[in-house]
Design a protein around this ligand. Structure first.
Ligand SMILES: Cc1ncc(COP(=O)(O)O)c(C=O)c1O
Length: 353
């Protein structure tokens, strides 16, 4: 593998002179801040929200660096991982020229962002057991292939992808391999974060939206080489993580123990819910899950989905995706929500078979 980030980055981004905020240009302790056209009188909420936040979220990254055991310089934060997915396209993929590879069924935002950015999408569908088709992926690679998107554990199938397969791709591909680990905390698999030292072409995405329970704050994490983080910093909006989000994340990161207990509780509920659903008549399959959701195969899944909607219970109908005919994806809820779901499913099965 001969990976050279200078050959991957878009030439205009390499040359880009990024926006430089006042906070970039001055790092001392200032007492009179008349640089950013803020409102010095304060706000009806609190006095301090009148100021722009730290553009590089240094305090948050310092804490994350300890938790994840990685230098802060190798961390990039986005307005959800969704923002980071878009920034990866904008930094590394030339519209109308480059292409990416996805492995459906998978998280739809890789495809959506490719389309927004006018990047060709090549597809190497997962095999029937929902593992990577490495030979197909390697066949699809051409000199304009910039990013291979891998989601593990995968959404919506719930399984972790074979580590050796991912390593094979990392070893053979000269572009960027993104491993999206949004659900890694629910799995027993080892994260790829500690493999960054071996693979300069690896980008690992994680998020505070799932295991950490902070979807509303919109904070996604990217772990990558300093060079890749540098390009993402160049293309991001200056203040992409709000001050409120930075403050609350700092507090949340103090509670690793509580979060680990919550993860265990969700995993226990997932196991129990999978057992109950698998034992229902006519349920064809509850796929093994390393996440906080279950993919369930049942005849007429779309009708079940509609019935659940009438009961105010919203799941995802994934039936139109490759190898997912008649499948719904159910997020593990709290005990009460899980009971309501099971009761409604039982009612529908009774009435329809
Ligand atoms: C695989 C995967 N990646 C990323 C995301 C988006 O995460 P965020 O909330 O950090 O934007 C999701 C959300 O469902 C997801 O399933």
């Amino acid at each position: 593998m001969q990976f050279d980030i200078k050959k991957i980055v878009r030439p205009n981004i390499e040359k880009l002179k990024p926006y430089s905020s006042a906070k970039d240009e001055y790092s001392g302790e200032a007492s009179v801040l008349l640089d950013a056209n803020e409102n010095s009188l304060g706000s009806p909420l609190t006095k301090w929200y009148n100021r722009y936040p730290d553009p590089y979220q240094k305090e948050v990254k310092a804490k994350l660096a300890v938790i994840k055991n990685i230098p802060a310089s190798q961390i990039f934060l986005g307005n959800g991982s969704d923002e980071i997915i878009d920034l990866l396209f904008r930094a590394f993929c030339e519209p109308g020229k480059d292409n990416i590879i996805i492995c459906p069924p998978t998280y739809p935002m890789y495809e959506v962002n490719a389309n927004i950015n006018n990047i060709e999408i090549k597809s190497a569908p997962l095999l029937p057991d929902f593992q990577l088709n490495v030979a197909h992926i390697e066949q699809l690679v051409d000199p304009n292939t910039k990013i291979i998107w891998i989601c593990s554990p995968n959404n919506p199938t719930g399984n972790s992808l074979d580590r050796i397969d991912i390593e094979t791709i990392l070893n053979h591909f000269n572009g960027i391999v993104v491993v999206d680990e949004a659900y890694i905390n629910f799995s027993k698999q080892k994260s790829f974060v500690q493999s960054l030292i071996d693979y300069p072409n690896l980008v690992v995405l994680q998020t505070l939206s799932k295991a950490w329970g902070l979807a509303g704050l919109r904070v996604g994490m990217c772990f990558a080489s300093e060079a890749i983080v540098g390009y993402l910093n160049k293309v991001k909006a200056p203040y992409n993580i709000s001050l409120v989000a930075q403050e609350l994340v700092l507090k949340a990161l103090e509670e690793v123990g509580q979060v680990n207990d919550m993860i265990q509780h969700i995993v226990d509920m997932r196991i129990a819910l999978a057992e109950v659903i698998a034992s229902m008549p006519h349920v064809e399959k509850v796929y093994p899950s390393d996440t906080n959701f279950l993919l369930v195969k049942i005849p007429n899944a779309s009708k079940l989905y509609q019935y659940l909607c009438t009961k105010g219970i919203i799941v995802r109908d994934r039936s139109s995706l490759p190898n997912c005919a008649d499948s719904i994806r159910i997020t593990v809820g709290n005990e009460q929500e899980n009971t309501l779901l099971v009761d409604a499913m039982a009612e529908w099965i009774d009435a329809n078979f």
